[in-house]
Design a protein around this ligand. Sequence first.
Ligand code: SAM
Length: 277
Amino acid sequence: MSNYIYQMHSVRKRFSQCFLHDRLVIDAIVDVIKPQLGQIIVEIGPGLGALTKPIAKRVKNITAIEIDRDLAKRLAKNSFLRTKLKTICQDVMTVDFTKLSTNLGGLLRIFGSLPYNISTPIIFHMFKHIQSIKDMYFILQKEVANRLVASPGSKDYGRLSIISQYHFKITPILEISSASFRPIPKVNSTVVRFLPYIIESSSTKKTRILAILTNLAFSQRRKTLRNSLSGFCNAQQLKECGIDAGARAENISIEHYCRLANFLENRFNLFFKRDEK
Ligand code: SAM
C-alpha cells in the first residue's frame, strides 16, 4: 500500500488515506447527509474530493480540513471547487470547532470519511465542541461503529459507547463494503449519524468525571466495581446510585454511570485541583 498511486496521488498510509470511488455509494451518502443551501457544511479529510464535489453542488460554500498539503493544493486548483471551497490545511485535532462555528456564523453540519488511525480521538475531540454542532455524519470502521452503539452486556460496550451515547444520539445508517475504496482497506465501514443532545455548558466537569470513571472501570474490567472504583466511592454509595457493587464495568447502563458522575461531582473538585497542579 505504501507506493499506491490513485488518481495521480501517491497515497499516504500515515494519514490513513483510502478514497471512495463507488459512485452509487457516494450518491447514497450525499442523500443521507441532505445538504441544503444556507447550511454551514464542514468536511474532515476531503482527500481527492469524492464527497466534497457532490456536496458542494448543493450548497453555496463548504469548508474542509485536510492535513495533506498536496491534497489541499490540489483541491484549491479544482475548477469547480475553487469558488466554493475553503480548505484549512491543518490537523483536525488542533481545530477549534467552537471558534470555527462563530466565524462561519452558525451551527456546523460536519461530515467526513475519517482517517481510521485517529477516528476515536477525533470523536472525543468533537465532544468538546458539541454546543457548536448541528449534526455529524462520519464514515467509520464497522468495528468502531459497533462500539459506538453498543449496549451494556455486549462485548463492544465500553468507554467509547458510554461517553458518545451521553453526548449524541447515534445511529448507524449505511454499510459500505471495503471494495468501494481505493486502496481497498482490510475492513468494511459504516456511515454513522451523530445528533447532539442539548447539554448545558456546565457539563464539561461531568464529562471529565465520566471519562475518569469509565477509564477506571474498563481498564480493570474483570474486577467488580466495588474494587475498581474503590478510590472514589464505596459499595454503599454505589447502591445509592442504584448500582450493584458486585457488577462489572460492562454490566452498568449509561444512565447509571451518569448518576454516579452526578453523585461524585463535588468530590471530584478536590481531585481536579490535585490533578491540575
Ligand atoms: N474523503 C475522502 C474520500 O472519501 O475519498 C478521503 C478519506 S480518507 C479515509 C481520510 C482523509 O483524511 C485523507 O484525505 C487524509 O489525508 C485526511 N487526514 C488524515 N489525518 C488527518 C488529520 N489529522 N487532520 C485532517 N485530515 C486528515
